[in-house]
Design a protein around this ligand. Structure first.
Ligand code: ZN
Ligand code: ZN
Length: 426
């Protein structure tokens, strides 16, 4: 991060100058406390080493079975892909697609994109062709890689099956466990500023904006561009001169889009909790399982830590997300000036916790893949799982389309008003 680069806080839109950072230091927004920049020493080398390790682990995790299920001498083995195929075969293609994307494609693509961007930088000293698009996609994929949540899903599934059968962990389970830490470490080691800085900029984009100049910040590469220096595309939209992403002062139609997604998610929340998410057939008897009965099962078996995790992730978090997004939307629409710091924090929490609700979707996927011995024992995904999956995805999109800068706009206008009054008086 060059010392003189201006930064517009992505959460409250305050324009500020970042101080030069000591090794490992961070700079935070002076108004809302959002972390603006973090210095990560040897970022390219460390991230590249972790990425290559991650790719090897990813290959192992996908090549071998991760759990085996043994009942009365019959064994079924499951790989990461088995659950996806079985869900699709049971007519739950939409859930299968979400599981495939979040547990296999997104983490795999993240690692591949990091390798494609960082390897030429390290060994050729230059950026690969099409770099801005590749790196932009890497950033877009970040919230969708959920292998850590998948691991909790594996734990819950194993506990659920201990009564029924013997579960044996496979080689890929250990690779998968290591991959969680390696991928998290690679993301933490990466300093996006250090990579973006390698893109050459035109002088009129590079100059420091003065106080009176209108500026706009890129959502992807965080470059602050004077409005006069933005690129226009064939359709007349402003484009970032560095990463070519479309520039917006605020996320487009933020309130309308967020409301639409929140309402859609709220409509799915009831059937998600009332309909069974799966049905379990054991020795000829079939029993339907809702999300709540899954939590109660864990409680009856004394697994209260897992029961608490499952209850929080599946029932409490989606409800909390819906209520806090509605509260944030209403507060912005009423132009409230009440506690902007706390409302920004609430937004941060809402955005961060959403992915953990996927646990139950993964539990269903893993159980469906493991338990398929016909009348002896089999598990089938039911309609509740589709609704539940829809709630998780819709609330994630809703949190992404809400623009936290809207919270601060009411205060900005108050300030602008005060400034005008003062200058008039002067
Ligand atoms: Zn801020
Ligand atoms: Zn950009």
């Amino acid at each position: 991060m060059s010392a003189d680069a201006p930064t517009l806080c992505p959460e409250c839109d305050l324009l500020q100058q970042s101080p030069p950072l000591p090794p490992g230091g961070t700079s935070c927004c002076a108004r809302c406390g959002h972390t603006l920049h973090r210095d990560r020493p040897n970022s390219v080398d460390r991230t590249l080493a972790l990425t290559i390790t991650g790719l090897v682990l990813f290959a192992i995790a996908n090549a071998f079975p991760f759990l085996s299920f043994e009942m009365r001498g019959r064994i079924t083995e499951t790989t990461l892909m088995t659950g996806v195929w079985d869900l699709a075969a049971q007519g739950k293609g939409e859930v299968a697609a979400v599981v495939l994307f979040t547990s296999i494609l997104a983490p795999g693509l993240q690692l591949a994109l990091l390798l494609v961007v960082l390897a030429p930088l390290k060994w050729g000293g230059r950026l690969p062709p099409g770099f801005p698009t590749l790196f932009r996609w890497f950033k877009r994929l970040l919230p969708w890689g959920m292998i850590d949540v998948f691991m909790i899903g594996i734990l819950v599934s194993v506990v659920k099956l201990t009564d029924m059968a013997h579960i044996v962990p496979g080689l890929s389970l250990f690779a998968f466990l290591l991959l969680i830490f390696v991928l998290a470490a690679a993301q933490a080691a990466l300093d996006p500023d250090a990579v973006w800085e390698r893109v050459p900029l035109r002088p009129e984009v590079r100059h420091l904006p003065n106080a009176r100049e209108a500026v706009v910040a890129c959502d992807v590469c965080e470059l602050v561009v004077p409005v006069a220096a933005v690129d226009l595309d064939a359709r007349g939209r402003s484009r970032c001169p560095r990463c070519t992403d479309v520039l917006h002062r605020r996320k487009p139609e933020s309130l309308q889009r967020t409301w639409a997604l929140v309402i859609a998610a709220a409509l799915c929340y009831l059937p998600a909790n009332l309909y069974p998410v799966m049905s379990v057939t054991s020795l000829g008897k079939t029993q339907a399982d809702t999300i709540l009965s899954g939590v109660l099962f864990l409680l009856h078996h004394g697994m209260w830590p897992l029961a608490i995790i499952l209850f929080t992730a599946s029932i409490f978090v989606p409800l909390l997300k819906l209520l806090s997004l509605m509260f944030l939307l209403l507060s912005v629409q009423l132009r409230s000036r009440w506690r902007p710091h706390e409302r920004t924090k609430l937004y941060r929490i809402t955005e961060a916790i959403g992915r953990w609700s996927m646990v139950d979707v993964y539990v269903v996927t893993i159980l469906v893949a493991l338990v398929r011995l016909g009348n002896l024992a089999s598990i089938e995904a039911r309609a509740g799982a589709v609704f539940f999956c829809a709630v998780v995805i819709l609330t994630m999109f809703a949190a992404m389309s809400f623009d936290p800068r809207l919270i601060w706009d009411a205060l900005e206008q108050e300030h602008d008003g005060a400034a005008t009054v003062r200058s008039n008086a002067g």
